[in-house]
Design a protein. Structure first.
Lengths: 566, 185
């Protein structure tokens, strides 16, 4: 019993279309270079010509695509204007980073094929130039010795070697530069480096500028040569190839003339490059707007809360912003989920101290000091965003399941606060009728800053007599003997010993099978949104559960899984 | 950038380079290029670098070190060379030397430059005092009972208040002929 199509269908379709276009371009351009125009070129280098040009076409296509998923502001704009569109389409925009990575892998793959093919090309061109006997290869290589423009063999002398040629032609040099940039970008983007040493990843990634410059000038030398259209008419390869020794002496077969292909790549990538430049300008302009820190709160478990104000700042629930603190680092921007609700007069983020930047920010905001800080002593901040993520969709479902693991609870802090405000204001536009909230946490300290929020929600609902609106469970996934003893002794008390809430803390991991079954049973025929902010393992598990518990029948219950990621 | 362990990135770079050298070498040999001997060297050097760099070192600063799949056996081999593999100055020098023959032939020239870059990053790591520590499997420490459990308990266990402790009349399997009060033993 599963409806996999509901959850994954559109993404799979997008991937298939993209792969299809890649395959089409590869095969099409492979065949283009089998044409008569390139007959003599192929005499020198064989099939390696097609094997080099086909991935080149795919590279043009993929390099065009790679910049688009990282234009955050453009995507936010599309999301905003897509409010009327089906949820499915907007959900695809959430997977932008996944798509960016897929396209990057494809670029690496095609680069490899392209380079290997060109290694053969260079070697064979060199061999042709080194020919001593009067073979067709020798004759072809000698063409254009006097007048440099009509040559076929880009290696013009026999006193060189392929390595030297590679580093003295525009194509060779730009190719090597781009490839080096690509390799460095890829090695610094490995998961281990990205998750632990974000700065290395971020700064090295900017080598993409070199990559694109190299890409655009790569074809300027026009070293891919084929016969000119007029020359094919006068020296038809099918007739004249065999008579190569007599070219120019026989009226039927004049010496063939060759010209290079003009550079094409710029036509593919100019659009996205302009869009990306625009994107960076927008980010820069937004960051220059004045941001004021109104309150700094230090929470246990090394968490810092910053409350800020910025003129004209508008947010939706669960969005994130990029923060920069010039006094800590001029160049670094880091993403943080907003933990405040849109109804509040300020916006806030909760920052966990995990690396240099966060540590220095903590100190700059006076986190170490106990006494009151003057407002003017607080550092200036720059904010870019907010950018939309899946949580915006929370209010579009009648029933929602929110799952937050550890620090991943932050977007849901925003959601729950917003719910509280709307409840307080008797907002009739509040679509969700039932919220199931799961918070998975390893250590007890992390509860404290969130416990207040849950406590006020709890009281609020009790007063309204609608305690069923929000059903939440807190799971303590890592606990030891001492804690277990403590719980056993306090088992009978009314309030939970850890959180002080009426809802007891549960231990271990949730049994998702049961949870999904119960919820499906409670709400037959409903579309239930499942939102997760947490580790990949959990995402896989929940995704599977969502698919398994969704009805094949369109009128039955459907779980739609949405994942946050940073 | 105080907390970065450059060696982690150098390791990724070197591993990628090993593959690049290997590929370039295979192309050079299979295509029977001129100077194919350098390509054969590329294959050998590529394989060697891959084997050397495959086991990830343990991270000094942060908590968990992530192993690559199946790196346990290579870790033991690499560990066996002691200071030669532990010290990053040696590795930087080794990579610098390995890169030189790659520069003589086009298929391996990319590998040559990449190894040189990996060598530079390792040099940076070595200057900052990093070392390669093997990730060894954790020995499970036996569960020992706590100190206080050597003697039998001297206090009675915590009990609920008396009125809750008293059995309900309906639940009793039989009714006591003599009524029980709090102070009876």
């Amino acid at each position: 019993m599963g409806n996999w199509v509901v959850n994954e269908g559109l993404s799979i379709l997008v991937i298939l279309v993209w792969l299809g276009i890649n395959i089409f371009l590869f095969v099409y351009y492979y065949i283009v270079y089998l044409d008569e125009r390139f007959y003599y070129t192929r005499v020198l280098i064989g099939d390696a010509l097609s094997w080099a040009r086909a991935p080149a076409a795919c590279l043009n296509f993929n390099c065009m695509l790679i910049l688009l998923p990282v234009c955050r502001n453009l995507l936010s704009f599309l999301r905003g204007s897509c409010q009327c569109c089906s949820r499915n389409i907007t959900r695809q925009l959430d997977r932008n980073i996944t798509f960016h990575k897929l396209v990057a892998y494809m670029i690496a793959f095609h680069t490899a094929i392209h380079i290997i093919a060109h290694l053969f090309n260079f070697e064979r061109f060199m061999d042709a130039q080194l020919e001593q006997n009067e073979t067709i290869a020798y004759v072809l290589s000698q063409i254009g010795n006097g007048d440099n423009m009509l040559y076929l063999n880009p290696i013009r002398t026999n006193e060189t070697n392929p390595t030297f040629v590679a580093f003295t032609t525009i194509a060779g040099l730009s190719g090597v530069a781009s490839t080096l940039a690509l390799i460095l970008i890829i090695t610094s983007s490995m998961e281990v480096i990205r998750r632990s040493y974000f700065e290395v990843f971020w700064f090295t990634h900017h080598l993409f500028v070199i990559f694109f410059i190299g890409l655009v000038i790569h074809g300027v030398g026009e070293i891919v040569r084929g016969q000119t259209a007029s020359s094919v008419l006068t020296n038809k390869p099918s007739n004249c190839a065999a008579q190569y020794k007599d070219w120019g002496n026989v009226p039927d077969c004049p010496i063939p003339q060759f010209t290079g292909n003009p550079p094409m790549t710029w036509k593919w990538v100019i659009g996205p490059m302009v869009l990306y430049v625009f994107e960076r300008l927008v980010r820069f302009w937004r960051s220059k707007q004045k941001v004021v820190i109104t309150k700094v709160v230090t929470h246990p478990s090394k968490t810092l809360e910053l409350q800020m104000k910025k003129k004209g700042f508008k947010m939706e629930v669960g969005q994130y912003v990029n923060l920069q603190c010039p006094s800590v680092s001029q160049l670094e921007w880091h993403p943080f989920t907003l933990t405040s609700a849109p109804e509040e007069d300020h916006f806030s983020v909760h920052i966990r101290i995990v690396g240099d930047w966060t540590q220095q920010l903590f100190e700059a905001c006076g986190g170490e000091k106990k006494e009151f800080q003057e407002a003017w002593k607080l550092p200036k901040m720059a904010v870019d965003g907010p950018f939309g993520t899946a949580s915006e969709d929370v209010f579009r479902y009648e029933v929602v399941m929110l799952v937050g693991a550890g620090i991943g609870v932050t977007p849901f802090a925003s959601v729950l606060k917003s719910v509280w405000y709307r409840y307080f204001n008797n907002d009739t536009g509040l679509i969700p009728k039932k919220i199931y909230f799961y918070w998975l946490c390893r250590e007890t300290n992390a509860f404290e800053w969130f416990a207040d929020l849950l406590q006020s929600l709890e009281t609020q609902m009790l007063e309204r007599g609608n305690a069923d609106f929000l059903s939440y469970r807190i799971y303590l996934t890592g606990w030891d003997e001492a804690q277990a003893a403590h719980f056993t002794v306090h088992h009978e008390e009314e309030n939970d010993p850890i959180t002080g809430l009426k809802q007891k803390t549960l231990y271990g991991r949730p049994n998702w099978e049961n949870e999904f079954k119960t919820i499906a049973g409670n709400h037959p025929g409903a579309r239930i949104g499942v939102f997760l902010c947490g580790p990949e393992v959990l995402a896989k598990s929940l995704s599977k559960q969502s698919i398994n518990h969704s009805d094949a029948d369109p009128r039955g219950v459907h779980f739609i899984f949405n994942k946050e990621n940073f | 950038m105080g907390q970065i362990e450059w060696a982690m990135w150098a390791n990724e770079q070197a591993l990628a380079t090993g593959l690049i050298l290997l590929t370039g070498g295979i192309v050079g040999v299979a295509g029977q290029f001129k100077d194919w001997q350098f390509a054969a060297y590329g294959i050998a050097a590529g394989v060697f670098i891959c084997l050397l760099e495959y086991p990830r070192g343990k991270r000094k600063n942060k908590g968990t070190s992530i192993e690559r799949m199946g790196q346990r056996y290579l870790t033991i081999c690499v560990k066996a060379f002691g200071p030669l593999t532990r010290n990053y100055f040696v590795r930087a020098g080794l990579h610098a030397v390995l890169s030189i023959p790659g520069g003589f032939m086009l298929p391996t020239v990319l590998g040559c430059v990449c190894v040189a870059i990996a060598s530079l990053i390792y040099l940076l790591a070595a200057i900052r005092g990093e070392q390669w520590e093997p990730i060894m499997p954790q020995v499970e420490s036996k569960q020992r009972p706590g100190e206080s459990m050597k003697e039998p308990p001297s206090n009675p266990p915590p009990r609920l208040p008396a009125e809750l402790r008293r059995k309900r009349q309906e639940d009793a399997a039989y009714v006591n002929p003599i009524p029980i009060s709090v102070n009876s033993v």
